[in-house]
Each structure stands twice: as C-alpha cells, then as structure tokens.
Design a protein around this ligand. Structure first.
Ligand code: SAM
Length: 429
C-alpha cells in the first residue's frame, strides 16, 4: 500500500458511512452495505461492482484532487470490510447471527419486523428492499444495512441474489380487481403481489411467508385472495395451506391486531402439511409496556384539545360512525396501532403521574388533569413487540407511522419458527 493510499484511508476512516448520499447513489449505497454484510458468503458477488462504484464515487467526491484508481478503491473496500467488523457496524443493535443456519430476503421491509423475527431464529438476511427514506433510516440504524428501493424496478430485482431459503413480504394490499379475468399470474401484473410472485418464480425459494391485512380475505368478494392462492398454488406450484388470520394479542403483546398470514413451501421440499402456531397463554396488558419513567409533558393532551376530541367523538357516535381514538386503562389492551390521519390520537392512555403538578402547559395549552396522553413512540414499539434496544431515530410522527405499518414481531416469529421447523433447519434460539 503506498503512502497516498494510507493517508486517504486514515483520513476517511468510517466517515464513508456518514456521507450524505444523493438519491441517484442510493442503489449503490444499498449495494455497498449489502456487500459489507455478505462479504463472507458468495452473495457478496452480486453487490461487488456497485459497492466498488459507490466507494469510488465517494472518494472522488471527497478528494477531487486525487485520481482515484481502481486499485485504491479495491483497497478501500477491503479496509472497510475490516473496519465493519469492529466499528461502527458491530455496534448496531441487531447484527446478523455469527453462524446463520438459513438465509432469507426481506421485501417491503418497513423497519424490519420480519428481519428481527427471522434473525432471532438464526436467519441471515441477504437482501432487503424498502423505498420509504425514513423507514430506510430506521432500518439502517438498527441493522446497519441500507435497503434497496422500489422493488418493481428491474434494477432492484436484479440485485436479489440466488439461493436464499425464505422470502418474506408484508406487501401492501392495493385494490386490484380480477373480475372477468381468468385470475392467473399475468392477470396480477401491475400489482405488488405480481412482483412478489415474479420473484418467487425466478428465485424458487424453499418457502415464503406473506403478510397482509385481514380485509384481504373479503376483498372483491374473496376473488383477490382466490387469485393470489391460485397463482401461488397452480402457477408457481407451491404447497400453500389455508391462510390463517392471526391475532397479535395471542402472542404476548397487548394489541388486538389481526393479520392474514400466507405461507408456502416449494414442491421439492415435499412438505404437504403445516401447523400454524398455537396462541401462547401469556396475558399482557398496557401496564406491562407502559413507560417506567415520567413521560414528557408533550404527550399529554391539552384541556382544549381533549374537549374537542370528545365533542367530535360524541357527534360521530350520534351519527353511528366510529371515530379514531380510544382511551386505554392500565389493564386494557389496544386496538391495532394504525398510522395516518387521526391515527396519532388513536391510542390515548390514562396516566396519572402528571396530576400532582400544577399548573402544567405544553405547546398547545394547559394539559388536562385527568392524565390522558398519547402513547409514546417507545410504547408503540413495545405494542408491536420490538425490544427496547430498537433505535428510534426519526420524528415522533414518522415513528408512529413506522410502528403502525410494521408487524407484531412475536406473532411473526412464532409462525416463522413453524416454517423453519418444517424445513428441518435447526433453530438456534
Ligand atoms: C405494510 S408495510 C410493511 C412493514 C414491514 N413488514 C415492517 O415490519 O415494518 C409495507 C411497506 O412497503 C413499502 N413499499 C410499498 N411499495 C414499495 C415498493 N414499490 N418498493 C419498496 N417498498 C415499497 C412501504 O413503504 C411500506 O413500508
């Protein structure tokens, strides 16, 4: 290594990780982080060219006066592999298992609820895609990997490695009508399910685990789900047991959240039966996930705002409509966390810790004396079964949205465990 190289390496060190990246570079940045995570396995080859291009671009940008050679770039990449073993990647809260027993890909990854569950069982994530930049930020802070973007793009699909074991996808359910059509693979074109099915078709994973809202069962009088099952069973040839609606509250979180789970096994696995997990007996209430410390005054509703909410609710109830909030007592459990619109006020809780102090105001006025506040982002995280080590690095508004969009990790993990057992992989936990 010549002196120039050494100087640059010393100077740049881990700054590369913190460089502000232009959007056009995002795909290469994702390749770069995926390369670092996979440098010990052959998957890294899929990412190498773009990882090198990324490093070269960053170096050229930072050191325009130096001609950045291919050799220097290669040395830099080697150095970063070495660095990533110690810092900063190793200080991420949820690193991949040291000796993974299976591999998976994480599509529509959000903030990584599936990833947490599968990593807990000894899985190594070899590809991830999520296009929302704030979700990407949370994902990177927790797993050290930047997700690839739009999964419908050929460029993104081309980055998916071969030979992974399980495909995970909590794909958004866009309304799509198949009325008057045969309802086969090609008929789903233009929907995100089509992209999932196309990846299954091309990559032939041993198993898949899809998650969606409960309403998928009845969408378009059941035709949408029928099409999905037809494609997975008949066109792709997978064994797909009857989908199951699973409630998070039966798996150790105080949340009444029902989601439909669809699992499938490749014909070559010879698997023809599957048991969804049995509910655990654990009974858990809001008090079990409540913040232990005094909660910031900003989460308490002002008198004026609380009155407005109550008036709205009363008016809607008189008309027979629902209105988006509920107040949960310590012993209660929440209805599903949802994001958007009035979702912010959806999970209000009683918390009398502030009532001893008088008078207290927050930015919107004097706070109510009844101790009614919003749940904090950390409480929302716990409601979905995310451990407290999970970093929240975005605004409260984004955090509510991200946890609301995510999955109840324990319910995913219990089902994932059944899949892994069926595939005869040895679970490490
Ligand atoms: C229902 S959420 C899944 C959340 C995830 N399972 C988790 O644990 O956080 C669906 C996610 O798909 C992402 N998404 C939607 N369309 C996408 C696309 N074309 N490419 C990549 N991500 C997409 C959304 O931004 C959203 O975060």
């Amino acid at each position: 290594m010549n002196e120039d190289t050494k100087n640059i390496l010393n100077e740049i060190d881990t700054q590369l990780f913190y460089t502000k990246i232009r959007d056009s570079e995002k795909h290469k940045q994702a390749s770069f982080t995926h390369f670092l995570h996979n440098h010990k396995n052959e998957t890294s080859q899929v990412y190498k060219a773009n990882a090198l291009a990324f490093v070269k671009n960053v170096l050229s940008h930072k050191y325009p006066e130096h001609g950045i050679s291919q050799q220097l770039t290669e040395e830099m990449l080697q150095y970063l592999i070495f660095k990533s073993q110690s810092s900063p990647l190793s200080v991420i809260p949820f690193p991949a298992p040291q000796t993974p027993i299976f591999s998976f890909i994480d599509l529509f990854a959000g903030i990584g609820g599936f990833r947490l569950a599968f990593q807990n069982l000894g899985g190594k994530c070899v590809f991830t895609s999520e296009w929302d930049k704030y979700a990407q930020k949370t994902y990177e802070a927790n797993f050290g990997e930047v997700p690839f973007g739009d999964i419908t793009k050929r460029e993104t699909k081309n980055s998916i490695p071969d030979n992974f074991d399980i495909l995970c996808a909590g794909f958004p359910c866009q309304a799509f009508s198949i009325a008057g059509r045969r309802g086969g693979f090609e008929d789903t074109r233009g929907t995100l399910f089509f992209d999932v099915a196309e990846i299954i078709k091309t990559k032939q994973p041993q198993a898949f685990f899809l998650e969606n809202v409960k309403g998928l069962r009845n969408h378009d009088k059941g035709k949408t789900l029928a099409t999905i099952l037809h494609v997975l069973r008949k066109d792709l040839g997978y064994y797909v047991p009857e989908p199951r609606v699973i409630n998070a509250k039966n798996f150790g979180v105080p949340q009444n959240r029902e989601r439909i789970f669809i699992v499938g096994f490749h014909p070559k696995t010879g698997i023809h039966n599957f048991e969804y997990p049995e509910p655990t007996e654990e009974s858990i209430a809001f008090k079990d996930i409540k913040e232990e410390q005094e909660v910031s005054v900003k989460y308490y509703l002002s008198d004026v705002y609380l009155n407005t909410l109550r008036k709205h609710k009363a008016r809607h109830e008189r008309k027979g409509n629902g209105f988006g909030y509920e107040i949960i007592a310590d012993e209660g459990i929440a209805n599903a966390v949802v994001c958007g619109g009035m979702g912010r006020e959806r999970n209000l809780v009683y918390d009398d810790r502030l009532t001893n102090f008088e008078p207290i105001t927050n930015i919107s006025g004097k706070v109510n004396r009844e101790g009614i506040r919003k749940m904090t982002p950390r409480e929302w995280a716990r409601l979905q079964g995310f451990p407290d080590e999970f970093k929240i690095v975005v605004s409260d508004g984004q955090a509510y949205k991200q946890f609301g969009n995510s999955v109840a990790v324990p319910a995913i993990q219990a089902t994932a465990e059944q899949i892994i057992k069926k595939l005869n992989l040895n679970i490490t936990c």
